[in-house]
Design a binder for this molecule. Structure first.
Ligand code: FAD
Length: 310
């Protein structure tokens, strides 16, 4: 069995694996797609000490760094179940889609998350070419330009306020007939002179010239007419879904499905830790996921030295 088995190979999982392996303990990583969301990213400009990199390059560097150590990397492996230890200090089991079972004294869950998509024409085609999901990451790329934010919940309204300070103009489009964000955020949003708010707006298409985004069309759900806005960017803020469906019923999840962790990365199950976008950690970012992965690995190591037979 492993001492530490990491499930997920994004920034959180890679950091956890390196921190665990550096303790000289048996470490494995099972990942559906090593690199995680980073693989889907183009420019990364907030990975501190690296002013500019690209997703696939960072993903390759993550894997290369992990492979510097004696880590059993199991790529293209999807976990489908978690079986808690039968007795205190016992082995935790992770079942894989291929039918195999991996056993470990501790497990670190770092299966990340995915942005909910609008599912309209143009969204996929112009992803990273004007269609963005992360204002902290991509906001500065739209300095002085016009953007839309899709979604009027807390994350959409926060994004619109954030972007309004960087870009020339923001159009916020909400499907419902009212914003769902906290009142204090709504008040702040309404005070901004370069923001238009569209309610009852159903996005129908992201428009482009073949290379990049040039506009957005939406339907007025009350009057039924179609509108077109000329702009350069669309930030989709309709939800971040944690990849934790396979864990339902085995450990504590938040109402949003995030794995509930404490400040050492421990979950509600003894010996099971978690890190990164799949958890309740506030703010989902690469550097934050890496820090959290390191925390979870040190938490797991601490657990091992307290609970393993000498
Ligand atoms: P992820 O990167 O999501 O990795 C999850 C891992 O778990 C993957 O290996 C996945 O295959 C695996 N996995 C999932 N389910 C299972 C399963 N059942 N069994 C086995 N493995 C599984 N952040 C920044 O800091 N700067 C940026 O510029 C930036 N730009 C972004 C641009 C885009 C388009 C996107 C989508 C995100 C961006 N982010 C950016 C956010 C950043 O990518 C995430 O915060 C970060 O990758 C989270 O790391 P993670 O390890 O928690 O999860």
């Amino acid at each position: 069995p492993f001492d530490v088995l990491v499930v997920g190979g994004g920034p959180a999982g890679a950091a956890a694996a390196i921190y665990a392996a550096r303790k000289g303990i048996r470490t494995g990583v099972a990942a559906e797609r090593f690199g995680g969301q980073v693989l889907d990213t183009m420019a990364i400009e907030n990975f501190i000490s690296v002013p500019h990199t690209e997703g696939p390059k960072l993903a390759a560097a993550l894997e290369q760094h992990v492979r510097e150590y004696d880590v059993d990397v199991m790529n293209l492996q999807r976990a489908t179940g978690l079986v808690p230890a039968r007795e205190p200090g016992g082995l935790v089991e992770v079942t894989l889609e291929n039918g195999a079972t991996l056993k470990s004294k501790t497990v670190i869950l770092s299966t990340g998350a995915r942005w909910r998509q609008m599912g309209v024409p143009g969204e996929d085609q112009y992803r990273n070419k004007g269609v963005a999901y992360c204002p902290h990451c991509d906001g500065p790329l739209f300095k002085g330009k016009r953007v839309a934010v899709i979604g009027g919940g807390n994350s959409g309204v926060e994004a619109a306020i954030d972007l309004a300070g960087i870009v020339a103009h923001v159009t916020l489009v909400e499907f419902d007939d009212k914003l769902r964000a906290d009142e204090v955020l709504q008040r702040k949003l309404r005070s901004l002179s370069n923001v238009d708010i569209v309610l009852s707006g159903q996005t129908t298409e992201v428009l482009g010239d073949g290379q990049k985004v040039t506009g957005l069309s939406y339907k007025d759900r009350v009057g039924g007419d179609l509108h077109r806005v000329e702009l350069e960017g669309v930030f989709v803020q309709i939800g971040l879904l944690p990849n934790t469906e396979w864990l339902k019923g085995t450990l504590e999840l938040s109402p949003r499905g995030e794995i509930v962790i404490d400040d050492r990365g421990a979950t509600s199950l003894p010996g099971v830790f978690a890190a990164g976008d799949a958890t309740t950690v506030p703010y989902k970012q690469i550097v934050i996921a890496m820090g959290a992965g390191s925390t979870a690995a040190l938490g797991a190591f601490d657990h091992l030295i307290r609970h393993s037979a000498p």
